[in-house]
Design a protein around this ligand. Sequence first.
Ligand code: ADP
Ligand code: MG
Length: 413
Amino acid sequence: MGGMFERDLDIYRNRDALREDYQPDTLVGRDEELERYKTALQPVINGEQPNNIFLYGKTGVGKTAGTRFLLDHLIDDAAQYDDIKLTVKMLNCDGLSSSYQIATRLVNKFRDESNQISTTGYPRSTVYDMLWEELDKCGGTILIVLDEVDHINDDSILYQLPRARANGNLSNAKIGIIGISNDFSFRDNLSPKVKSSLCEEEIQFPAYDAQELIQILRQRADVAFYDGVLTDGVIELCAAYGAKDAGDARQSLDLLMKTGDLARDRDTKAITEDLVRDARNELERGRIREGISGLTQHGHLVLYALITLDREGETPVRSRDIRPRYTNFANQIGADPLVPRRMRDHLGELSMLGIISAVERNEGRRGGTYREYSVDMDINMILSALDETITEVGVHESIAGIFAEDTTLERYT
Ligand code: ADP
Ligand code: MG
């Protein structure tokens, strides 16, 4: 007794079951999509040339989990047939930006530890030749999954891989590509020749509704929490928030985990709806903080200017009316104010992050349009994320009340 850390086992039976990388035994609420996906994979078991498959849908709708689930089964079932040799390679393209990088990663996935190639420095065609050589050496049926493929900026590999056999680059291997994208517009922006080869079979995963999220959360909660820890309504509330936000199972699972963690921190034995609301607030705060910390100094100044105008009851407000306050703040810290156009870009970025909102209005007889901006989020949350900027610029009188107690901050004059 008396160590600094003590085991804390009241709430969770298995907290890891709420993590994204936990693979559930069955997927709930995706029957139709998985049935189509399964049909698209059927040629593999038949010993035929596999289809290229393109899977798309927003984040957290089960694309990766569904793919893992089906491919695990496919690998097991293919093993029953002596004349099928199936190899599956999965590559997440997050953090990769070019076909070249993907090709080198793929080559290395087929090579053993001692024989890896450098991920820079070769001509692209050389890397492709290495890849064809590895694929043919491996032989049999090869499925290559490119997850989050929307991260790559050029589509060369998306053309080359599906066509490798037709182009005479492969003689032994039968390859199929499974491309997975979180971004709807990615498919539309592919060149027609890539689209026709990569998207032979297209499967869309729609967002989840509240009922589906309830099923998903229940399945995981049964594994994750001890019986009786969750009070009535907790799962339903997490699912309702999830359905309202984006129909994203990952986000709902995160909320449930955050709620469990709060219960643990506060040493309560039961998880209530109030705790869900607190957890959601904290997550929201984190999301805003992250969004704001990713902005440049001018983004911070523009946001600060808008907040003070909001406090004075001036919102919704046009960009040109934000400008004087922004310019003033910039001068205050000795930064050159941006030209109006660049300042507007920052307003656009802030509204994309969901921190502020922009409404398009008509100019009247002159026929043009302009935008009006207002603050979309809890001001206190934003102010706490803008801490550093406020310290530098000084506390504007419109928010002085909020900071009355806080003696560490200089008054703005
Ligand atoms: P995506 O790849 O579409 O962004 P994921 O497949 O990673 O989403 O799913 C996010 C999280 O939600 C994972 O933890 C996953 O296990 C879970 N999940 C998604 N859909 C389902 C489902 N239908 N049944 C059970 N769990 C699911
Ligand atoms: Mg995924």
